[in-house]
Design a protein around this ligand. Sequence first.
Ligand SMILES: Cc1cc2nc3c(=O)[nH]c(=O)nc-3n(C[C@H](O)[C@H](O)[C@H](O)COP(=O)(O)O)c2cc1C
Length: 171
Amino acid sequence: MDTMKAILERRSIRKYRDSEIPQNDIDEILKAAMYAPSAGNQRPWEFIIIKSSEMKKAVCESLPHGKMLADAAFGVVVCADLSKEKFPGYWVQDCAAAVQNMLLSSHSMGIGSVWLGVHPVEERKAAISKTLGLPENVVPMGVVAFGIPDQKPDQPERFDRSLIHEEKWQK
Ligand SMILES: Cc1cc2nc3c(=O)[nH]c(=O)nc-3n(C[C@H](O)[C@H](O)[C@H](O)COP(=O)(O)O)c2cc1C
């Protein structure tokens, strides 16, 4: 799929069909994540794939707005290993870039997804770390739920010229 088409068409998908996703497709999505840009090429990310109903439900419990994960084909918890940091603090942006690559690549493969926020909510980070047994140097940044879409969200126009400033801030 053309990159611009994927960017413009992608929408958060929160309802999924009851179908499995082949491991090759999951690997392809994770490959896209690992090709994201990162500060100083530090690539601090680690990915935890959750497929079992028990783990999907357990992670859901820490996500007040992430109950759809229970019905997803699989979820990916995107974490950062802070011991890999060369440029402190940039891990959030690095992991966000990896998440966006997963959202776009999965969409281009006909797989729907939704980003479920974890960082910076300390309560969610602590609960997910406990559920997944994360070591102290590893922090969860976000969760992405994936599945074959069972909904077709609207495609509203979002381009807004009033958000663009020429050379300096314009009132
Ligand atoms: C950091 C972040 C956290 C988000 N957390 C949630 C969430 O917990 N639950 C959810 O349903 N959607 C979540 N979303 C998805 C947004 O609601 C969604 O991207 C936004 O409404 C725009 O819709 P679109 O993705 O279809 O373009 C999150 C998105 C981001 C970037």
